[in-house]
Design a protein around this ligand. Structure first.
Ligand SMILES: *Cc1c(COP(=O)(O)O)cnc(C)c1O
Length: 391
């Protein structure tokens, strides 16, 4: 007999994997209001602190006043508005690509793009630690999915040699891995993609707006932007808005417009969101954006060193994503709860988001955290970590 919903929930609970949401009552900032208290936010992807920026708020309000609250339909029906086209032109200029296409979220972008590019008879080569939306896109596509060990280009090469097949091959990777904060070896992936005539899709949800001298992202930092077929990024993280984009050739854009089901069958982004995204891009491409990136990089470096001096086990990395490895789910969730009691919000990350035994507190710093915020947080994290025997 199939299990009841109640039994299934009980099973999730008993494995320490039960999830629930926590409510924030004000704006998203370096500090937030939770349950009437001021709490230090240490788990948001609002890395540059743009989500409560007056410039974004104003642009969003103005776009709503001028264009209304909804796009009314999918882009191919009647939902292509001037702001969609403007945003795509700005993204293409920012990424130095021929064209760009917006999507309703990063999740919708990855599922739509992957299932549009490959299908039965094709093969997807995907890093084992890629984001869930990439895995789901692969499943939707019906293409064969070959997962290679994290960042292991030799293993990828031998998979390509053995399973390249006659159909299309797609290599797909996170650029900055969302749960580890390390970078993909994009230069080597580009070489493999060329040698094996594969397409390369790079998901830069966590690097776009942050890495590279101009904030163009991981591909800009590593000097390979021109060789990536599709550079995907999101507006909901460093850009403080919502939605996603693919920066690509005009030809690939045409294909996605005709084939990507999440683009075709979903109402397009509304003016408020497009206005905020345009304002965020303007900031990111200005000297103010450079200052925010520098503040973020310096905050990440100092928080990393405070935690590693305290003796925490941190995976090697340099980005604003700083995971503290904690092992088992129960300790991880206890750690997170105790920190919230202290006034620090950090989420514990458990399977299936990360492999079993690799639970972690995924700390993310923001450009708008002060040095004092981070020193205080590190000292509280250290004392809770000691009391739980993590260090
Ligand atoms: C967050 C994230 C996504 C999904 O983007 P949303 O806009 O939040 O749907 C996709 N890929 C990666 C690597 C992410 O971290």
């Amino acid at each position: 007999m199939s299990s009841t919903i109640e039994q299934e929930l009980e099973q999730i609970r008993s494995r320490g994997l039960y999830r629930s949401t926590r409510m924030i009552t004000g704006k998203q900032g370096p500090h937030v209001e939770m349950g009437g208290r001021d709490v230090l936010m240490l788990c948001s992807n609002n890395y540059l602190g743009l989500a409560d920026s007056p410039a974004l708020i104003q642009a969003s309000v103005e776009a709503t006043e001028r264009y209304g609250t909804s796009s009314g339909a999918s882009r191919l029906v009647s939902g292509t508005m001037a702001l969609h086209e403007l945003l795509e032109a700005e993204i293409a200029a920012f990424k130095s690509t021929e064209a760009a296409l917006t999507f309703n979220s990063g999740y919708a972008a990855n599922t739509g793009i992957i299932a549009a590019l490959v299908g039965r008879g094709d093969v997807i080569f995907s890093d084992r630690l890629n984001h869930a939306s990439i895995v789901d896109g692969a499943l939707l596509s019906s293409a064969r999915l070959m997962r290679y060990p994290h960042n292991d280009v030799r293993a990828l090469e031998s998979l390509l040699k053995r399973h390249r097949g006659a159909g299309r091959a797609l290599i797909v990777t996170d650029a900055v891995f969302s749960m580890d904060g390390d970078l993909a070896p994009l230069g080597e992936l580009v070489e493999l993609k060329k040698a094996h005539e594969a397409l390369l899709l790079v998901d830069d949800a966590h690097g776009s707006g942050i890495l590279g001298a101009g904030g163009g992202g991981t591909a800009e930092l590593l000097g390979v932007a021109k060789d990536v077929d599709i550079l995907m990024g999101t507006f909901g993280k460093a850009l403080g808005s919502f939605g996603a984009y693919a920066a690509l050739s005009g030809e690939l854009r045409e294909l996605l417009v005709n084939r990507a089901r999440s683009f075709i069958f979903s109402t397009s982004l509304p003016p408020a969101v497009l206005g905020a995204s345009l304002a965020a891009l303007k900031i990111i491409r200005s000297p103010a954006g450079k200052c925010l990136r520098e503040a973020l990089i310096s905050n990440a470096a100092s928080f990393r060193s405070l935690l590693s001096e305290a003796g925490f086990n941190l995976p090697v990395g340099t980005t604003q994503i700083i995971p503290i490895l904690t092992g088992q789910a129960e300790t991880t969730m206890r750690f997170s709860e105790m920190l919230l009691e202290e006034g620090i919000f950090v989420q514990g990350i458990r399977p299936p988001t990360v492999p079993a035994g690799a639970c972690r507190l995924r700390c993310t710093v923001m450009a708008t955290h002060t040095r004092q915020d981070l020193e205080w947080a590190a000292s509280r994290i250290t004392s809770v970590g000691k009391s739980l025997g993590v260090i």
